[in-house]
Design a protein around this ligand. Structure first.
Ligand code: 5GP
Length: 168
């Protein structure tokens, strides 16, 4: 079995505070935190509170899945945020992991045309990522188990539980 990087909810709490500290120490004060759903929502919420930024936006990006397969490129799902709201703002993109980096690149390029400045913060970055994020909590090349996706879907008590595919 492949080695895994295991993030617990408890460790996530530490990670998001330390990531925020790095951003604050760097003097970056974002006007907007832009989260990439769904994994980036946890990170974005934690960073927005820690950095005292009340302007939190969300984009939905998926590696479009056919029959258990991903397409070559990720796609931004509707509703796409109104670019006008971003004009001349300092944006912080937040996600769980930059793996191939394709998801972050898509959102980064979307922002570039409109905003004053855009930087990215992730908990994990893999060495082959085509995007190099300004703020990274930890580097790894292992598959990461995130606490929000490794646990089974919650069913009514007593009904059978299906283990998450990621837990296998
Ligand atoms: P990308 O390859 O575009 O950088 O990553 C896109 C998304 O795939 C990530 O935001 C994350 O949701 C998922 N992903 C990529 N690598 C991993 C991993 O190691 N573990 C888990 N659980 N999800 C991952």
């Amino acid at each position: 079995k492949q080695l895994r990087e295991n993030l617990t909810y408890e460790l996530f709490g530490t990670a998001v505070r330390e990531l925020a500290q790095t951003i604050a120490d760097d003097g970056y004060e974002p006007d907007i935190v832009l989260s990439i759903a769904r994994g980036g929502v946890f990170v974005a919420g934690g960073l927005a509170y820690a950095l005292d930024c009340k302007n939190l936006h969300l984009v939905n990006v998926e590696f479009y899945t056919g029959v258990g397969e991903t397409l070559e490129m990720p796609v931004m799902l509707a509703p796409v945020p109104n670019a006008i709201d971003f004009t001349d703002k300092k944006v912080l993109i937040a996600d769980d992991v930059a793996d191939t980096g394709k998801t972050l690149k898509l959102v980064h390029d979307f922002c570039l045309d409109h905003v004053a400045e855009v930087r990215s913060a992730v908990i994990y970055e893999k060495s082959h990522s085509l995007v190099k994020c300004e703020y990274v909590w930890k580097r790894t090349d292992e598959w990461i188990n995130f606490p929000w996706s490794v646990l089974p879907v919650v069913r009514k008590s007593g009904e059978p539980v299906t283990p998450s595919k990621e837990a296998l």
